[in-house]
Design a protein around this ligand. Sequence first.
Ligand code: SF4
Ligand code: SF4
Length: 448
Amino acid sequence: MPNFPPFTLTPPPPAAAPPGEKLPLAAVALGLLALLVATADADASRARLSLGLALVLLSGGALAWAWLAFGRTEAGWHPHDLWRRASTSRGAVAWVTGIAFTGFYVVLYWFPWLLENLIRALDPFSQNLRHRAADQWFLYGTFYTLAVLVLGGRALWKYRFSRYHLARTASVMFFQLGISFLLPGLLLALQQPEYYFNYFWPLKYDYLFPGTVAQLLHGGGLGVFMVFWGVVMSFLATPVLTYFYGKRWYCAWVCGCGGLAETAGDAYRHLADKSRAAWRWEVRLVYPILGLIVLLTALLWVGASGAVPALGVVTGPLGQFYGFAIGSVFSGVVGVGFYPLLGSRVWCRFGCPMAAYLGLLQKHFSRFRISTNGGQCISCGNCSNVCEMGIDVKQYAQRGEPIVRAACVGCGLCATACPRGVLNLENGPHEGRLAASAFIHADSLRIL
Ligand code: SF4
Ligand code: SF4
């Protein structure tokens, strides 16, 4: 009897990594081991050595693997079997990765002494950059920046055929390294306030709290400029730039959270829940969070004016709750820790008050839209699959409707993944942006 393959609609499992790719993956595994050794070693000079080795192995291994996996494939968008790999389809590897990420955040926020050896190992680097000893946030900033740079390299190779993706990947890498990491360190070295020029209220909510403003103004000079910058960026530049470009100018080009999502989180973008229930949760959470931070900021200013002296009874606990629940648990533990299970934009979609503010502006007061040429859509679903914000793009495309959604961060992946060129990110005139494209129905055709 001939041995026929079983009749099945399920494709065979993806091939194991080719031998060439196993070497860099082994380097990454060794890097993780060296990181654990550095964490456990109380001897500062040995821990420094282990940490240095870990960072070299992790970065070098990940970059080499990314080049082998993406740099040599034919230029163009590929699905890369993401829904069939345990690491990117909520399989066992994804769970282990998610638990490891979440555990790191829990330790970082609430048990930082467990990282003491790692933090001390970074002292020389911190002294050189900031003229002070390292702390847990410096450790976090170093890891975060390295992740954006190394996995930014992966994104550059993967999307090397698209100038749009090359430019926005380079942009988030620049903002993370230059503006979120080196510049604040330099400011500290110069005895200036540590300030992040690419984070604005309401995301960096305390920047417009009366206490922070008073502290910055007290410092004079640069501090006054920082207050001016914060106010102008939140209330003037944000509406103006969003009017012209939609929220993508910030969420996909400047923001550090968006930068991590677009680089380290790229492999998980398809995991965003596209269901209507998820959209309902999005609306139920993100706008109340924006309302909460607006209310808290307003109450703090009323309290600071002295008009209602007893207001501290409310603002104190409210501020603590917001800092713990939103600032730490949501944006850090859930937002990044759950990447491998819920997708890369959980925080941006469900929790970020800046995204809510930008989204309202984008939906009601912007020139940005994604136009769709419905007549060309073949309903393959690639666009919905890659949407990290859980938008069912295909539904719009099938009807020829433009996509004007508050959630869309303008990453442009839907347009890139579309095999028919149906989708186009545009900054056209505000008027008429909701109009559907001309759609030729089959009934209107006469076949001669
Ligand atoms: S709709 Fe397209 S551009 Fe907008 S977030 Fe989704 S994939 Fe990105
Ligand atoms: S990727 Fe293009 S062709 Fe496929 S469903 Fe989306 S719009 Fe239609």
